[in-house]
Design a protein around this ligand. Sequence first.
Ligand SMILES: [Zn+2]
Length: 100
Amino acid sequence: MSTTQPRAARNTTTRDRHRAQIRRAKPPCGICGADIDYGLPHLDPGAFVVDHIVPLAKGGADTLENKQAAHRLCNRVKSDKTDESGLVTIRVFVTDRCWW
Ligand SMILES: [Zn+2]
């Protein structure tokens, strides 16, 4: 029995594959340029997250070319700076310094 699932815009299978590909290459943070400790727990501010170079909200593609590795906190600071949707109102301390 085959279920015909609607092809959702958010394809988690592709996402997982991209995440795994990036993680395997262990690149430095695309935002601050410092190394990422890929062994950190997911919720650690310095943990690896996938950052969209052009945010999806701004028409960025969900492709590997539009993705880079970033620290969790760098990613949050970036989205805080670039997100104009007004949905994210949490203010993160923004600084030019990188403390990793
Ligand atoms: Zn960073």
